[in-house]
Ligand binder design. Sequence first.
Ligand SMILES: NC(=O)c1ccc[n+]([C@@H]2O[C@H](COP(=O)([O-])OP(=O)(O)OC[C@H]3O[C@@H](n4cnc5c(N)ncnc54)[C@H](OP(=O)(O)O)[C@@H]3O)[C@@H](O)[C@H]2O)c1
Length: 452
Amino acid sequence: MTRALSLLSLLGLAAGLNIMNPLASLNTVKPNGKFGKKKLVVITGTSSGLGRKTAGALLQTGKYHVVGAVRDLDKMEVIAELDGFDPADFTAMECELNSYQSVRDFHEALCKFKEDKPVDRLICNAAVYQPSLPYAKWSVDGHEQQMQINYLSHFLMTSLLIDDMTKAPDPRVIMVGSVTGNDNTVGGGGVYPIADLKDLAGLKEGARNPISMFDGYNFIGAKAYKDSKLCLMMTSNLLHDKYHKQTGIAFSSIYPGCIAESPLFREKRAWFRKYFPIFMKFITGGFVGEEEAGMRLMQVAHDPRCSKSGVYWSWNGGPREGRGEEALEKDGQILGGGGAGGGWDSIYENDQSDKVLNKDLAADLFKFSTQATGAVWPRANQLKPADPAEQFLASVTEFMNRKEELKRTAPGPGVVAVVAEPHRTGELDERIDEVLGEEGMKVARSTEDSAA
Ligand SMILES: NC(=O)c1ccc[n+]([C@@H]2O[C@H](COP(=O)([O-])OP(=O)(O)OC[C@H]3O[C@@H](n4cnc5c(N)ncnc54)[C@H](OP(=O)(O)O)[C@@H]3O)[C@@H](O)[C@H]2O)c1
């Protein structure tokens, strides 16, 4: 039976379906409403560590359909079976974050799968950590790999989903950040190399081979990872400022704690992998198990309190707090009561470093990342008045202002700026007449008079 299912999986893949489980693929042909009242969550990297546990925790509530965006569908199939993910509520789709094309293909497959159901949660979780590399590895698109996998591809994915998510009630985009990207802590600011984008000279030039670092200086693998986390956190803040009011989406980032036993550290040396968890459990107290970290990320997707936007979520209980003998008895892990943080109610809004909060640099980061990824964002557009009369007046004044601006930017003495639009004020007048009618024009003229 399993072999037959695998064969079907392969056939599905060959047909370009990119859907892991043939049982799950049957779900795609269910009529609209196939999700019932369940919320639709997209999580990148559900085949391991934090993403895997978060998917499990969400599925356990019975309130979510989780789409796992993964690079290895076969691995995901095994994990899903081991963890008992119900194929009716979990769908894996291929997404290789090392390639923009793969992100775009994933988005297309997702849209086909979900039909008109909007995505309720996007969790940008997948990452690689390559601190031991002596030289940069390059992505399909020519970027340093960690920067693309961890940051740039998530940036692109968010841009692809933002319009769709606007249609969901209580939509949330969650970026998995890290203490290492936030240099106002010992974990982030005390251990060289420190996350620092400087003035983004590397990204400004496109950050493509041979430019490995966003700051334009020499490659250090550990710094690239930290920089990628800093970028995610800055982007979360910027998206909050730019789009939260307009879209209703809550943009937040989180630090789940140090998941010292997760496969993230697979590229570190064997001695490090052995002793790091012990050090974090018993010396610093910063350790968190995968299960508890999964609960934390799940909380930010699930807890009504976390519909607040612009927040960097963390869990209370500093290093060594609540430790001692009890920790030793419990193998260093105290669920919900201290250690590297307590449970559900110890969540708090953590401080962010000056670098994370640097709005000028965030604006540059957004601009250059948009250029690098080819992302297309909705026009930032603050809320319009709800009152119909005010809306009418607003559209009249918008037309009038546009008309005046066209005149002002027409070629003439002293005009050095490049003329962006053809100047057809006559045509515009006609269009205004057409849209507003006689009554509207009267209002427009009186608006002009009162403005004068
Ligand atoms: N571990 C920690 O102490 C810690 C602390 C703070 C923050 N974090 C953050 O937590 C998140 C999860 O980390 P983790 O500890 O759970 O590590 P992990 O177990 O290594 O999980 C990373 C996930 O990302 C996926 N991934 C890697 N490269 C990919 C690519 N090119 N395309 C698509 N998916 C890719 C991996 O897929 P495969 O299964 O195929 O490898 C895996 O599912 C990361 O954002 C990390 O920065 C971790």
